[in-house]
Design a binder for this molecule. Sequence first.
Ligand code: SF4
Length: 99
Amino acid sequence: MTLPTADCRAAPGEFAPRVDRARCEGKAACVPACPYGVFSVGTMADADFHALPLFARLKVWAHGKQTAFTPNADACRACGRCVAACPEKAISLERVRPA
Ligand code: SF4
């Protein structure tokens, strides 16, 4: 886990990372990048897998259906490290609560 720094400015729960399931290849770069332990990587649920477009399903299947989850999204401080760390550009930050 990376230690938090001054670039983590948002209040917890103000922003949350969103993982694009069609892009994520489960490489887990986000897990060590996040100072607050927001991410885990596991197997995509069948319903999410079947909701993907065909090409994305093939890509996800080729990577063992591994994908990033955000079990601790409420802890996000919007530092952006996960966005920068993801080699597939699968993560974006969304405001989930007004400042
Ligand atoms: S922006 Fe990403 S790395 Fe930073 S706290 Fe939020 S989830 Fe963790």
